[in-house]
Design a protein around this ligand. Sequence first.
Ligand SMILES: [Ca+2]
Ligand SMILES: [Ca+2]
Ligand SMILES: [Ca+2]
Length: 280
Amino acid sequence: MNTLFRLTLPLFASVATLAAPSLASAADVRVTFTNVSPAGGVGTSPLWVGFHNTSFDLFDAGSAASLGVERISEDGNTAPLTTLFAATTESGIQGTLAGGPAFPGAVRSMDFTGLDLAGNNRWFSYASMVVLSNDFFIGNDNAMEHDLSMLLNNGGLLSFYVGGNGDVWDAGTEVNDFANSLANGAFGIGGGQTMANQGADEHGVVRHVDANPYASFLSAALVPEGYDFAPLQFTSQAAIGRIDIQLLAPVPEPDTYAMLLGGLALIGAISRRSMKRRAA
Ligand SMILES: [Ca+2]
Ligand SMILES: [Ca+2]
Ligand SMILES: [Ca+2]
């Protein structure tokens, strides 16, 4: 091995070692939601997502929903949930996927930067209203269900299906009634919601939606005769949506660039010195 290689190899190794912690500590991810319901199936309000250190728990089955869950479940309004998340997490990161409600086949995506996947932003929570409904929603009860630290070891992609086979919740905050359910018009049903937080309070607890989700709805007279509910039977479908969380190529931080440039300058100087010595 010549002098140049003996000097530069350890140098490359040390630059890589110094750069590694900086790259791992701030990751960027892309969250993509795809509505995989069949044509004519349910839609979803803009998906809220949060990255936390388990200090945030969206809801507990069998207990009353928070105001944040109530508003997102009844109106698709993520503002109260956003306030709640900010107040209960330290260094939590959150956002609502842009692009409006997602009906079957729609794809919504959003990038998040500077996540600490091994600490403050290791755990992923999500919530979205299911339409057609009064207060149905999808979301994770278990705050530690989705571990993003796995992104660092499994090729940088975490995918899972949501809302399948009864994994849909009734917030228990509004009586199910076609007279006051959001987006009836999109499904050819009469009635519908004309303002936020409309409809009778349910004073209930969060519970699974079972069997035919629409069998117990009041004001059934608003549904046209012979209406085909089959595409809306999400309780017997494999899923409502798929969430893909993809690790984006880490962007070196300024201090990493500085180290890298410093290292390269040093290599250049050594190389020039070594060539001069050989020429002499
Ligand atoms: Ca919970
Ligand atoms: Ca309510
Ligand atoms: Ca309800």
